[in-house]
Design a protein around this ligand. Structure first.
Ligand SMILES: Nc1nc2c(c(=O)[nH]1)N[C@H]1C(S)=C(S)[C@@H](COP(=O)(O)O)O[C@H]1N2
Ligand SMILES: [Mo]
Length: 337
């Protein structure tokens, strides 16, 4: 399979964050002194305003993550001209129903999630099935910073600097068989640490599950994220490993992944299972196909005030049409929502 990545999102070496900025970020991670050094820095690129990393909590990354961070390819993909959402918003306005249904619940409750040790099972139609511990699973891949728009089906959006690597790298490593046509993902199921899974009137059938067509999974924009804002993923954002598919609604971005299966049939997905007439398998961001209960033509870009909402037009495929539209040539997107 050959994928054309257009200049808009191509990975140019020239996009790599200049060393001074990189070092200041490292200082920021280490102790929050970077902003004082701001004046001495060269001009920032469009999407990497110093303020975007203001208030980023350092986190407690495992040693293997720190080691990988040193070799990160910064700004490998950017959302040119759009501001990065402040860390505080990206980590305190979340959907992670395993930790509650209010936007503030995940930040409050996800501390109980135990992310170390963590292993990922790869099974189904693959040449190299197995259970991999996370460190070994990600060891071969160089981290890239990918600044992507995130558009939730609920019509709010953010711009988030993820750290990760293409899912395609992992897939070629585990060698899908010729029968593999879809990829299925599964989140951890652990009622002991996930209060949402203990709730007796929950309408969700756990574990959370998601899926992609194999060609979608192999697309160079599809990311396995292990970090954001220059640090490891906070638990509420899906630590220690989650999926990011920037041209699809946020619910495709399954968090805290424990299983990746290559399968022959289109897998069941959580939201399609709950309300199939409202949430489809494809879930491509599409301003022309409304949700039955609200328009998808516009979105609220967070942070957005109640009295001065920051509203913008939603773009086809969330602004990634040039890269991904060919995947859907000939497909009726009104039927396959
Ligand atoms: N396991 C799991 N993954 C999930 C969800 C969830 O409830 N459980 N919510 C999804 C939805 S609806 C969105 S919009 C994104 C939100 O990601 P964020 O909190 O990092 O912004 O996560 C997705 N992944
Ligand atoms: Mo969402």
């Amino acid at each position: 399979m050959i994928f054309k990545v257009t200049p808009a999102s191509a990975c140019h070496e020239s996009d790599v964050t200049p060393e001074a900025i990189y070092l200041s970020r490292r200082a920021l991670m280490a102790g929050g002194v970077a902003l004082a050094a701001g004046a001495a820095l060269p001009a920032w690129g469009d999407a990497a305003q110093p303020s975007a990393y203001e208030g980023v909590e350092p986190g407690r990354a495992p040693a293997w993550f720190q080691a990988k961070l040193d070799d990160t390819r910064w700004q490998a993909v950017t959302a040119s001209g759009e501001s990065i959402t402040p860390f505080k918003d990206a980590t305190h306005y979340n959907n992670y129903y395993e930790f509650g249904t209010d936007k503030g619940d995940p930040a409050q409750n996800a501390g109980s999630l135990k992310t170390e040790p963590w292993s990922v099972v790869v099974d189904g139609e693959v040449g190299k099935p197995g259970r991999y511990n996370l460190e070994d699973f990600v060891k071969p891949y160089r981290l890239e910073e990918r600044i992507y728009r995130l558009r939730c089906v609920e019509a709010w959006s953010m711009v988030i600097p993820w750290l990760g690597f293409p899912l395609a790298s992992i897939l070629s490593q585990v060698q899908p068989t010729s029968r593999a046509r879809y990829v299925r993902f599964e989140t951890l199921q652990d009622p002991a640490t996930m209060p949402g899974q203990r709730s007796s009137f929950s309408y969700i059938q756990w574990p959370y599950e998601e899926g992609l067509r194999l060609d979608e999974a192999m697309h160079p924009l599809t990311l396995m994220a292990v970090g954001m804002y220059g640090r490891e993923l906070p638990n509420q954002n899906g630590a220690p490993l989650r999926l990011i598919v920037p041209w699809k609604y946020g619910f495709k971005g399954i968090k805290s992944i424990v299983r990746i299966s290559l399968v022959t049939e289109q897998p069941r997905t959580t939201w399609q299972g709950i309300a199939p007439q409202e949430y489809g398998f494809y879930a491509n961001v599409n301003p022309q196909v409304d949700h039955p209960r609200w328009t998808q033509a516009r979105e609220r870009r967070l942070p957005s005030g109640l009295f001065s909402p920051n509203v913008r037009e939603t773009q086809m495929f969330n602004g990634y049409a040039e890269e991904v539209a060919p995947l859907y040539a000939g497909l009726d997107l009104k039927v396959n929502y």
